[in-house]
Design a protein around this ligand. Structure first.
Ligand SMILES: C[S@@+](CC[C@H](N)C(=O)[O-])C[C@H]1O[C@@H](n2cnc3c(N)ncnc32)[C@H](O)[C@@H]1O
Length: 245
């Protein structure tokens, strides 16, 4: 996408693991409280091209240290694989095929592969993706944009973990959902976990984007371990592509 847009000037607290601070605590539990001590202010402003994501505008800061945060959480005894647990539990096929969309450094994809699932990771950030490749050269990593990448195949699950939906380039959310839906097998599910914050992507819009491309709402939780969603600041949403009758 070549167009340029003026993005909103914004300053926001973020934590070292790349999730916005509030959701970091909500999605990773109390074990991530350390992030509260390491908050920084991320300022986004100025002109941004359509193919620059909210993530890439901060990429220099995140790529080198993204995995450090997960390593710290592991050292604290936290489970950093809630997303993998969730995806594995869907048991839609054997073996189940998963597209880790916005895979970053491969945290989710590598764990799913370790558990025997067939995974492909796609990400637009070359530095993040290189770390994934370095850690798991035997897996398939694609440098691409979830908005328009065409992998030429379909998956039982497409998972957008780690707030990918709110790191997309502004205005590309519906196209990303549609393109990821086009990579689903009939009966497959689109799974996305992202923070809900004022002025950000809301669930009504997300559900509408999913419905526009033929997906049916299949469930929503507050956490990856399926705590009930009662209107909090984070949601894990599942939408299904219908199976043929
Ligand atoms: C917070 S990281 C999450 C990484 C990984 N899913 C995880 O949970 O550890 C967000 C990722 O979304 C990716 N991303 C944002 N917009 C994207 C796009 N349009 N296409 C592909 N990846 C994108 C970023 O490059 C970044 O790696």
């Amino acid at each position: 996408m070549a167009s340029w847009r003026l993005i909103t000037i914004a300053a926001q607290f973020a934590c070292e693991c790349g999730d916005w601070a509030a959701i970091c605590r909500a999605s990773h539990g109390s074990g991530c409280g350390g992030c509260g001590e390491r908050l920084v202010i991320v300022v986004q402003s100025g002109l941004m091209s359509g193919d620059v994501t909210r993530w890439s505008s901060n990429a220099g800061r995140w790529a080198g240290s993204y995995d450090d945060r997960w390593a710290q959480l592991i050292a604290q005894g936290d489970n950093i694989h809630g997303e993998a647990d969730f995806v594995e539990s869907l048991r839609l096929a054997a073996p189940m095929t998963v597209l880790d969309a916005g895979c970053g450094t491969g945290r989710v994809a590598i764990e799913l592969a370790r558990r025997g699932l067939t995974v492909v990771g796609v990400d637009l950030d070359a530095a993040m993706l290189q770390q994934a490749r370095d850690k798991a050269p035997h897996l398939e990593w694609i440098h691409g944009d979830v908005v328009d990448v065409d992998l030429g195949r379909r998956f039982n699950v497409v998972v957008l973990a780690g707030n990918v939906m709110i790191f997309l380039a502004p205005g590309t959310e519906a196209a990303a959902v549609a393109n990821m839906a086009s990579h689903l097998e009939p009966g497959g599910v689109l799974v996305a976990g992202f923070q809900l914050r004022a002025g950000g992507l809301d669930l009504a819009d997300y559900d509408r984007y999913a419905a526009q491309c033929g997906l049916t709402f299949a469930g929503r939780w507050a956490t990856w371990d399926r705590q009930p969603f009662v209107g909090g600041s984070y949601a894990v949403s599942v939408h299904r592509l219908a199976s043929p009758a």
